[in-house]
Design a protein around this ligand. Structure first.
Ligand code: FAD
Length: 496
């Protein structure tokens, strides 16, 4: 096979994984990243001796990293150490009562017993039935390119048989009757930017995937995975150019192929192939002049639905909070579930109440904070920038409300103990991460925006432009973006 010069735009998990795979095949690969560190959403904030992972914290399907390192003839264990988390999550209802689950069915059933014993049988049926969804949606389809409509036609009967027309919530509700337990077994689409009430039931596979391979943490934080991948890429001869934002993808005279990139400072770099790991909506809309785009016109991009955004506060305290009943991964549900999601996804208003994910990694790994200190991040899903919310004015009061809530209910004397803090809002996702509408997970995972309907991994407009990352097939989350890199490699190796 002819060795190619390949440019990857962006160093998120998808970009790094694609770059590693192609460098391992002997291609000459360079990554251009606009930020000062690799990782994208997995950027690490280092403040006053704390290391805060900016984004992904829940590592599922760790074997995908093993496979990635194996493609380069290396052992993942020599770069990254994973440790299992137990419980996977501690989920609190609005009154502070908690529910834990993990992959041990007997344990999870004992927890269900405390909420609604009648749901134990339903949960067992739910798990058995999600196995078929997992087999089809993850094992068979997640790393296959959906380039032709026939690919979709072929799987349509299976999707109907698996009741993909139901939402994840409707699907879970068929088996489990208690409203709180329904939230516990249907929130998973939120992890990839979907509304449990609008995401097809195929996304119920995420819960199964957690059970199959567990929920893991990388020692040193998710940033340690990025470090390991960056090191591997360098060993393969790859180069990452930091602080080098791409401002245009250059189209050749034919109009069907791309030929290089122009950086913000005007420098031009040519390549045989370009892979964009930048947000797909943003790449088409802002990096390629509209006159060259036949399918992804500005109108098409504006009409697509985008995932919610997030408000995230990273904070470190000068005392430990290990005696407060919190786990490594906590979900604190507010009093409203469907209504809050309606506010975020449909009405696009910022509600007074919130549901939070509270990350407390120092419970597993004290090394990421100074001794005797605790590191946290708290995340609240909020509408993307299609909403009429002025974050320049709203961010601080919103931050204050969340911190007061945590202080009153979970972390006594919190604000007096904070010694490091940083927060991000939808403007960060739009400005710093260049995501269309400041969405945190790119294109929303709905039935009509999944598989073939999602932006393809090989551009529908340019033959030698590829996409990896959250906005393309199969979707957001680390298993999804790692799969997109594998698909891009397969497609690229099959081309010319
Ligand atoms: C707060 C948060 C928590 C999450 N938690 C989890 C979790 O626990 N588990 C999980 O599996 N997933 C989680 N996710 C989702 C997961 O992090 C993402 O889906 C995934 O990391 C996205 O990877 P990506 O390959 O799409 O690249 P991104 O991380 O989106 O990176 C894209 C890169 O492209 C760069 N870029 C953009 N434009 C340009 C340009 N013009 N020139 C050069 N570079 C450019 C950006 O700077 C960025 O570095 C979370 C996401 C967020 C935001």
């Amino acid at each position: 096979m002819k060795k190619k010069k390949i440019i990857v735009i962006g160093s998120g998990f998808g970009g790094l994984a694609a770059a590693i795979r192609l460098a391992a095949k002997g291609h000459q690969v360079e990554i251009f990243e606009k930020r000062d560190k690799p990782g994208g959403r997995a950027y690490v904030y280092e403040i006053n001796g704390f290391k805060f992972d900016g984004g992904p914290t829940v590592i599922t399907a760790p074997f995908m990293f093993d496979n990635l390192f194996a493609t380069a003839g290396k052992r993942r264990e020599d770069y990254i150490t994973f440790v299992p988390c137990d419980p996977f999550y501690r989920i609190f209802n609005h009154e502070g009562r908690s529910f834990d689950y993990n992959s041990d069915e007997a344990f999870t059933l004992s927890q269900i017993e405390q909420w609604n014993p009648a749901d134990k049988v339903g949960y067992q049926k739910f798990i058995r039935s999600t196995k078929a969804i997992f087999q089809k949606g993850f094992v068979e389809l997640a790393d296959k390119p959906f380039l032709s409509v026939m690919d979709m036609v072929k799987v349509a009967p299976d999707l109907i048989k698996l009741q993909s027309y139901l939402s994840v919530y409707q699907y879970a509700a068929k088996f489990v009757k208690d409203e709180f337990l329904r939230s516990c077994f249907s929130f998973h689409p939120l992890l990839v930017g979907g509304n449990p009430f609008d995401s097809p039931s195929i996304y119920a596979l995420i819960h199964y995937l957690e059970r199959e391979w567990g929920v893991h943490y990388a020692l040193g934080g998710t940033g340690a995975i990025i470090d390991g991948m960056s090191r591997l890429f360098a060993e393969l001869g790859g180069q990452i150019h930091l602080n080098q934002g791409v401002q245009e993808i250059l189209v050749d005279g034919s109009g069907n192929r791309v030929k290089g990139i122009e950086l913000a400072d005007g420098t031009v770099h040519y390549a045989d192939t370009i892979i964009s790991n930048a947000d797909v909506g943003f790449t088409y809309r802002y990096l390629i002049p509209e006159k060259y785009r036949r399918k992804y016109t500005n109108r098409k991009i504006e009409r697509m639905k985008y995932s919610m955004s997030l408000f995230v506060i990273y904070f470190g305290t000068k005392r430990r909070y290990t005696d407060t009943g919190l786990a490594h991964h906590n979900i604190i549900l507010g009093p409203r579930y469907k209504e809050l999601l309606d506010d975020i996804f449909h009405k696009k208003i910022l509600a007074d109440d919130f549901s939070l994910y509270l990350h407390m990694p120092t419970i597993t790994d004290p090394s990421i904070a100074p001794e005797g200190h605790e590191a946290f991040y708290v995340l609240s899903p909020v509408p993307h920038l299609g909403a009429d919310i002025d974050w320049k004015k709203t961010a601080k009061p919103y931050r204050d409300a969340i911190m007061q809530f945590l202080e009153d209910n979970y972390l006594p004397d919190l604000q007096a103990n904070i010694v490091a803090e940083h927060y991000i809002d939808p403007l960060h996702f739009q400005g710093t991460l260049s995501s269309y509408l400041g969405s945190a997970f790119s294109v929303q995972p709905t039935l009509t925006q999944s598989a073939w309907f999602r932006p393809h991994n090989r551009s529908e407009d340019f033959d030698n432009l590829y996409f990896v990352g959250a906005g393309t097939h199969p979707g957001a989350g680390l298993p999804g973006v790692l799969s997109s890199a594998k698909i891009a490699e397969t497609l690229l190796n099959g081309a010319e």
